[in-house]
Design a protein around this ligand. Structure first.
Ligand code: LRH
Length: 482
């Protein structure tokens, strides 16, 4: 074909992938070239079990994927990297100083107290517009301040920025992901120097900000050699926060849409032109994250498929053989009412035995504790759908935006039961897909930067809708079990 081709590197908290994106006149296609698992690695740190990312192994997987990509498509012109938010590497003179921490590490909890003693939650919200999440980078940096790790560093790079640096030698901070640090000012979109300094961090650690669509650099010669590429390849900044890229690829055809980007997390919200900084929004823990093209992602974090994947991990660890499709079929067949629990409860954040935590939570809250794996899965999906419905309703109320349709993108859009339950509980049609919205958003911003497509996000979304038709779920009241 005569389609132009770029590569999207999309790193999620449970898996990563390298995809080729083909951009034709009126159509977009994706082809996976590599998929690899990702997850926390536990290391002993003076008696404490610390959670880190195996970032070097992840980089090796990315290079292997890019090698395949370059072999299959010698005409590859550009690479874009996105990942989960908030986590970062500390460098000194270009050398990584410690393995990045995983946001589920428990060092953050004491750090929250320390940071809040300097700048309280309402003051922080007025400056950065972010919901409180104990792992926002500013709390993690506070932990690094107390261990002395910051004294050893002269540079802070979020995960995609780190990969871009390793690929090109250029250090830059892409804005959408930088907005999740808590250190960007919500009004100016720039590093909030007074806040950074009050919290005790060195402003010079934070690289120059760039917008999605910016050319970062060419692959370093040794990287080109390693992936066996013979033509120059650009690294382009995309919406490097995975959720920002996913929102770009929501195939919305009308304005009154809410989105649920559902993978490890379920990010539920609306897209706005300007932030909402109301006390009510802060009380409901709604965030104003930076979107591509200066849009605001006004959303709330719901625990997401993590509840399911961590339950499955627990069962497999116990020696059970789990077949996901069977499990979901049995969950769908459950007819007894199951517990609808608070999927947002912070006790589900840490890795560990999820079924036991969910049962204990149900008992504590006078809810029927799930008795079988199928009941537990049904309970998780009902609870997620319930949290999604509350999120959609609150996003609408808090922003004043009418919502008439819900787009579910990401891995969760493949879960038919979850989509149907979400339609039932929101009372709105749910349009499910694309599954690979994040990679698609990543590809689109590279394609636009290269002049292969033009136009606003609305036009890009039209292209997504034409290329990947979503599946429609209508609310069916009979399925609701409250
Ligand atoms: C989803 C996500 C989410 C963040 C979390 C850390 O992958 O980026 O938007 O809140 O990971």
């Amino acid at each position: 074909t005569d389609a132009a081709v770029v590569a999207a590197v999309d790193l999620g908290a449970t898996s990563g992938r390298v995809m080729l994106g083909y951009i034709g006149q009126n159509e977009l296609r994706l082809r996976p070239v590599a998929r690899f698992p990702n997850g926390p690695i536990r290391l002993n740190e003076g008696g404490r079990r610390a959670l880190h990312w195996n970032i070097v192994e992840l980089y090796r997987c990315v290079l292997a994927g890019l090698t395949t990509a370059a072999a299959e498509e010698p005409g590859l012109t550009s690479i874009g990297v996105d990942s989960w938010a908030v986590d970062y590497a500390l460098l000194r003179q270009g050398r990584m100083q410690q393995l990045p921490y995983h946001y589920r590490d428990d060092r953050n909890l004491p750090a929250v107290e320390i940071a809040h003693a300097v700048a309280g939650p309402s003051e922080l919200y007025a400056a950065n517009g972010l919901q409180f999440l104990p792992f926002n980078s500013l709390y993690q940096l506070t932990a690094d301040l107390t261990t002395g790790a910051l004294d050893l560093a002269d540079q802070f790079l979020l995960v995609p920025d780190l990969f871009n640096y390793w690929l090109t030698g250029t250090a830059a901070a892409e804005r959408t992901n930088a907005s999740t640090t808590g250190l960007l000012n919500v009004h100016t979109g720039d590093w909030d120097t007074p806040l950074i300094e009050r919290l005790g961090f060195d402003r010079r650690m934070f690289p120059p900000l760039v917008d999605a669509g910016t050319w970062i650099g060419s692959l370093l010669p040794d990287v080109s050699a390693e992936i066996k590429s013979h033509s120059p390849i650009a690294v382009t900044a995309v919406g490097s926060h995975d959720t920002a890229s996913a929102v770009v690829a929501v195939p919305a055809a009308r304005e009154d849409f809410a989105y649920i980007s559902c993978g490890t997390w379920g990010l539920v919200g609306v897209e706005l032109d300007s932030p909402v900084l109301s006390t009510a929004g802060r009380a409901q823990n709604f965030t104003n994250e930076g979107g591509v093209d200066g849009r605001v992602r006004y959303l709330h974090n719901v625990m997401g498929l993590w509840l399911l994947s961590e339950s499955i991990r627990t069962w497999e660890h116990e020696g059970q053989t789990i077949v996901l499709s069977d499990l979901l079929r049995r969950a769908e067949a459950v007819t007894t009412p199951v517990a609808v629990f608070d999927a947002d409860d912070q006790q589900f954040l840490a890795p560990g035995d999820m079924p036991t935590r969910i049962r204990a939570h149900c008992v504590e809250n006078d809810l029927p504790a799930p008795r079988s794996n199928a009941e537990l899965v049904r309970s998780i999906l009902e609870s997620l759908a319930d949290a999604f419905a509350r999120g959609v309703e609150q996003a609408s109320l808090l922003s004043g935006r009418t919502v008439g349709i819900v787009h579910m993108v990401g891995g969760g859009s493949q879960n038919r039961l979850l989509c149907q339950l979400t339609a039932n509980r929101t009372g709105l049609p749910v349009l499910a897909g694309p599954v690979e919205a994040t990679a698609i958003g990543n590809v689109l911003i590279q394609a636009r930067a290269q002049g292969l497509v033009t136009g606003s996000l609305e036009e890009l979304r039209g292209l997504v809708a034409r290329s990947f038709s979503p599946e429609r779920y209508l609310p069916a009241c009979t399925l609701v079990s409250r």
